[in-house]
Write a protein that binds this ligand. Structure first.
Ligand code: B12
Length: 403
C-alpha cells in the first residue's frame, strides 16, 4: 500500500503578525487530512523566525489534535470522494507534472536536466512570479502585504529559540575529534575504499554507505569517497530576467524606482551594482534568487554569488565585480558570526565604502546587533522587493550625493 506523509508549508508562514500562521497551518493540515494522508507534520507559528520553541511546537501539535478530536476529521476516510472540483484539480496537477516530466525526458532524463539547470530554473521562475504578485499586492498575505497590524513590532511578541552557533560548532568539532580517535580507522578506510570502488562501477551504493556508516565514517567522508569518482555538481547560475517585471503591476513605486535608478546611472555612468551573496553552509537560495531577479528587472546590475561561500570569497567576488553593495541572504542562523566577519574584511580591504545589507530569517532581536556590526539595513521574510530596492538606493545615494 502506498502510504503518504504530508508536511504543511513552511514557505506560507510569515515573520510578521505571526499568529496568522496558526490558521494557515490548520487549513493546510485539514487539507492533508481530508486528502487522506497517513502521517502529518504541522509547522510552528515561529517558522520564519527560527527553529521552533516548545511553545510554538505545542500549538503545532495541538492543531493535529484539534482536527482529530474536535473536528473529528480522522473518522471519515475520503470526505471529498466524488468531488468534481477535487478531481479536476487533481487532473490539472497530473497534467502539469506530466509537462515537467516530458521536458526532463526531452533533455535526456532528470540527471541531464539537472546538469542543464532546467528544474532549478523552473523553480526560480515560479518563485519570482510569486514574489512579484506578493510585492504588487495581487496575492494577499494577511498581515504582511495587507491587513497589517497597527503596531509593526508584532514579531517581538513571540519568544524566538536562540542557538549559539559558535558553541554548537565547537561542540561538533569536539565530537568529531572523539569519533575519529575512538573508531577503528583501518576499518573505516576499507569501507570508504569499497564505497569508492563501487561508485566507479554500477553497483548499488547503499549497502556500501551503510557499511561505512557502521564503521563510523562521516557523511563528509562518504561524500568525498563518491566525489572522487563522480566529481561534484556545480550549479550554473542562470538569472531569471523579465519574469518579475511581467508579473508586477504598474505603480507609483515602480515609476519612482525607475527614475531613481536612471538618476543613479546618469550620475555614475553605469547602473547601481549589487552582489547578492550566500555565506556558509546555508543552502536556501530562493530569497537570493528572487531578490536578484527583481533588482535586475528594476535596472540594477546584479551579480549572483554561488552557494557556500566564505566571507573571503564573497569579498573577492565583490572586489572583482567592483560592486556598490553586497547583499547577504542568510536563513540558517549564522548571520551573527558571518556578517560581521565580512564587514571587517570589506572595511579593511576595499579602497571605497561598499554598502552591506542583509536579508532572510533573522530574529528581530538580532537586528540591532547586525546594525551595530556594520549591516546598513536588514530585510526580514515578507519584505517587498520594491521596498528593499528603495532602501538600498537611499543608502547608495546618501554616500554619493545623488537625490
Ligand atoms: C523553502 C525552505 C527550505 C528549502 C530551501 C529551497 C531553496 N532552494 O532555497 C529546503 C526544503 C531545501 C530547506 C532545507 C533546510 N531548511 Co529550510 N526553510 C525553508 C523555508 C520554509 C522558506 C524559505 C524561503 O524560500 N522563503 C521564500 C523566500 C523568497 O524568502 P526569503 O528567503 O526570506 O527572502 C525574502 C526576505 O528575507 C528578503 N531577503 C532575503 N535575502 C535577501 C537579500 C537581500 C540583498 C535583500 C535586499 C533582501 C533579502 O527578501 C526576500 C523577499 O521578501 C524557511 C522558513 C521561512 N518561512 O522562512 C525554512 C528555514 C529557513 N529552514 C530551516 C532549516 C533548519 C532547514 C534545514 C537545516 C532542515 C534540515 N534539518 O535539513 C535544511 C537546510 C538546507 C541547507 N543546506 O541549508 C530553518 C532555519 C532555522 C534558523 N534560521 O534558525 C527555517 C527558518 C525553518 C524553521 N523555522 O525551522 N528549507
Amino acid at each position: 500500500m502506498l502510504r503518504t506523509h504530508c508536511q504543511t508549508s513552511g514557505w506560507s508562514l510569515a515573520a510578521q503578525d505571526v499568529f496568522n500562521n496558526v490558521p494557515r497551518t490548520c487549513i493546510e493540515a485539514a487539507a492533508a487530512v481530508a486528502g487522506h494522508t497517513q502521517s502529518l507534520h504541522t509547522n510552528s507559528l515561529d517558522e520564519a523566525l527560527g527553529l521552533p520553541t516548545d511553545y510554538a511546537a505545542r500549538i503545532a501539535r495541538n492543531t493535529q489534535l484539534h482536527l482529530k478530536h474536535e473536528g473529528n476529521m480522522a473518522h471519515v476516510i475520503d470526505p471529498f470522494g466524488g468531488s468534481y472540483l477535487v478531481e479536476d484539480l487533481t487532473q490539472q496537477l497530473v497534467e502539469k507534472a506530466r509537462q515537467h516530466i516530458a521536458e526532463a525526458e526531452s533533455l535526456g532524463g532528470m540527471a541531464a536536466a539537472i546538469e542543464a539547470g532546467v528544474p532549478k530554473l523552473r523553480i526560480e521562475e515560479v518563485a519570482t512570479a510569486t514574489q512579484a504578485r506578493i510585492d504588487s499586492g495581487s496575492q494577499t498575505i494577511v498581515g504582511v502585504n495587507k491587513y497589517q497590524p497597527q503596531d509593526s513590532g508584532d514579531a517581538e511578541q513571540v519568544e524566538v529559540r536562540r542557538i549559539d552557533n559558535s558553541e554548537v560548532r565547537s561542540q561538533q568539532i569536539a565530537r568529531l575529534k572523539t569519533l575519529r580517535k575512538t573508531r577503528n580507522q583501518a576499518a573505516v578506510d576499507v569501507a570508504l575504499q569499497a564505497l569508492q570502488q563501487a561508485a566507479a562501477g554500477t553497483e548499488n551504493l547503499v549497502p556500501f554507505a551503510i557499511e561505512a556508516a557502521r564503521q563510523r565514517a562521516t557523511v563528509g567522508e562518504m561524500s568525498d569517497a563518491m566525489a572522487r569518482e563522480f566529481g561534484r555538481h556545480r550549479a550554473t547560475i542562470q538569472g531569471v530576467r523579465g519574469v518579475w517585471k511581467q508579473h508586477m503591476q504598474a505603480s507609483a513605486d515602480m515609476d519612482l524606482l525607475k527614475d531613481r535608478v536612471d538618476e543613479f546611472s546618469k550620475a555614475l555612468g553605469r547602473a547601481p551594482r549589487i552582489l547578492v551573496a550566500k555565506l556558509g553552509q546555508d543552502g536556501h537560495d530562493r530569497g537570493q534568487k528572487v531578490i536578484a531577479s527583481a533588482f535586475a528587472d528594476l535596472g540594477f546590475d546584479v551579480v549572483t554569488g554561488p552557494l557556500f561561500q566564505t566571507p573571503d570569497e564573497v569579498y573577492d567576488l565583490a572586489i572583482s565585480h567592483d560592486v556598490d553593495a553586497v547583499g547577504i541572504s542568510t536563513l540558517a542562523a549564522a548571520h551573527l558570526s558571518q556578517v560581521p566577519q565580512l564587514r571587517k574584511k570589506l572595511d579593511a580591504g576595499a579602497s571605497r565604502h561598499i554598502e552591506l545589507v542583509v536579508g532572510g530569517v533573522i530574529p528581530p532581536g538580532d537586528i540591532p546587533i547586525l546594525e551595530r556590526d556594520g549591516a546598513a539595513a536588514v530585510f526580514l521574510p515578507g519584505t517587498k522587493s520594491t521596498d528593499a530596492a528603495m532602501r538600498l538606493l537611499d543608502l547608495l545615494a546618501r554616500r554619493r550625493n545623488i537625490s
